[in-house]
Design a protein around this ligand. Structure first.
Ligand SMILES: OCc1cccc(Br)n1
Length: 444
């Protein structure tokens, strides 16, 4: 056993295994998941800081929830893909739990938990990792981070208008314009109206919407078959699909009459969009239903106008989610904005920001016995709010210069014995090459 193996305590640590005897671990993260090495983490922080800044501008409060939730939060019986792909298991306490596939149910759970101790309306936001167990055949990710903004307790479409405004603000902050993306907007009350005309029971509404949401993903015959399976007549199916192909609000009004609230809500929303100044971003599209069963009114999704990418974000009104959790209903709407499609769009548009590591100083000692002095110098600078990359071992200056160049540092502070004897340290400004000596206390 080498003396080092004895360690400070004198206890013997196990001898390192004979080389080659240990099976090398898989250094990749689990399938469908990502690591965030520094350069990726800088981009993620840049994006999330924009999410947070927009949330602040709109007066939203940040909340958070466990990634692990009771499975019951997500086991809606509406044939949603999100349920089929639930990352769920029984824990050691025999509880059925799941990695959350979305954030809205957690938010609703917390609102119910808080009950009368919070005053409405609530404007809450969160940025959280969501999970799904997708068969890797499609090679898609199994996790992503979502920015969610929700307004709880406002029944009017002013709430949806405000949410859309916040997303437009985000897009503008990161250089995306209305020529790059738009929002397809509709209302599930259109479908609700048709189902009512055909006396389809209310409890089928969620299931029908989930099936219709697949309209661009599976053949229309499959859609028709699935609708009939849940009990819709031939005529109802035909009428539903007809309504989905309506191209304008005016045509919709002609077709379904006043169609009650749907037309009124949509007209109001487009009017508000004018006032908010983002009407160029919106278009009515009756085929937008979104794939979550609990939406009940306005629904929307952000799309790239070149049609190359999946939806960038999506959301809508969900006025009956709370009663599915056994609580009194509260009017609510919100959206989810994923961290992956937006990055693909920024890459497409050449809008990825240049983000490099920014360190003010590298501090190094020229001799081993000046290491402690270098630590003092680093401390002085850090107390002044300067970032310091302290060289922690005795390294040749060449090594230090290479590291300084790689880490984009502004200044080198060198502790040498002759200078230090005069109470001075050496400084080199990397951008200009300027070199000078300075008293430690005068170092700014
Ligand atoms: O947007 C659906 C979704 C949910 C969880 C994880 C991922 Br990746 N995608």
């Amino acid at each position: 056993q080498s003396s080092s193996a004895a360690g400070r305590s004198g206890a013997l640590s196990p001898a390192p295994p004979l080389s080659g005897a240990v099976q090398k671990i898989d250094v990749n993260p689990p399938k469908g998941t990502r690591d965030f090495p520094p350069e990726d983490m800088r981009l993620r922080n840049w994006l999330f800081n924009n999410f947070r800044e927009v949330s602040r501008l709109y007066g939203f409060e940040e909340v958070d929830f466990p990634v692990l939730e009771n499975e019951a939060l997500f086991t809606r019986k509406a044939g949603e893909e999100i349920k089929d792909q639930l990352y769920c298991f029984e824990d050691q306490g025999k509880r059925r739990v799941a990695l959350r596939p979305e954030l809205t149910p957690s938010l609703a759970r917390l609102v119910i938990q808080k009950g009368k101790s919070v005053s409405l309306p609530l404007k809450w936001f969160t940025v959280g990792q969501c999970w799904r167990y997708e068969r890797m055949t499609r090679g898609r990710r199994r996790e992503h981070y979502q920015w969610n903004m929700d307004i709880i307790g406002v029944p009017g479409v002013m709430a949806e208008a405000e949410l859309l405004a916040s997303i437009v603000t985000l897009f503008k902050r990161i250089g995306i314009t209305e020529s790059d993306v738009g929002f397809k907007v509709s209302s599930r009350k259109v479908l609700q109206g048709v189902l009512k005309c055909y006396s389809i029971p209310e409890n089928l509404f969620g299931k029908v919407c989930v099936i219709i949401d697949k309209i661009e993903k599976i053949p229309v015959d499959e859609i028709k078959k699935e609708l009939k399976v849940v009990g819709l007549s031939e005529e109802a199916v035909h009428e539903l699909l007809e309504v989905l192909s309506v191209k304008s609000l005016a045509e919709l009004e002609e077709r379904v009459g006043s169609c009650g609230e749907a037309i009124a809500d949509l007209k109001q929303l487009f009017l508000l969009a004018e006032k908010f100044g983002y009407s160029k971003w919106l278009q009515f599209d009756a085929s937008v239903v979104r794939g979550l069963a609990y939406y009940t009114g306005i629904v929307f999704e952000g799309f790239d106008r070149e049609g190359k990418l999946r939806a960038i974000c999506g959301g809508g009104r969900y006025d009956h989610l709370f009663s599915t959790f056994g609580a009194d209903d509260i009017a609510a709407c919100g959206f989810g904005f994923g961290d992956a499609v937006i990055v693909e769009l920024l890459k497409e548009k050449g809008l990825l920001p240049e983000l490099s590591l920014q360190v003010h100083n590298i501090v190094c000692a020229l001799d081993e016995d000046l290491q402690a002095v270098a630590a003092t110098v680093a401390n002085v600078l850090r107390e002044k709010g300067q970032s310091v990359d302290l060289v922690l071992e005795s390294k040749p200056l060449k090594w230090v210069f290479k590291r300084a160049a790689r880490t984009n540092v502004e200044r080198l502070v060198i502790v040498g014995s002759s200078e230090w004897q005069r109470g001075m340290v050496g400084v080199k400004i990397l951008s200009t090459g300027e070199q000078y000596e300075v008293k430690l206390d005068d170092l700014k």
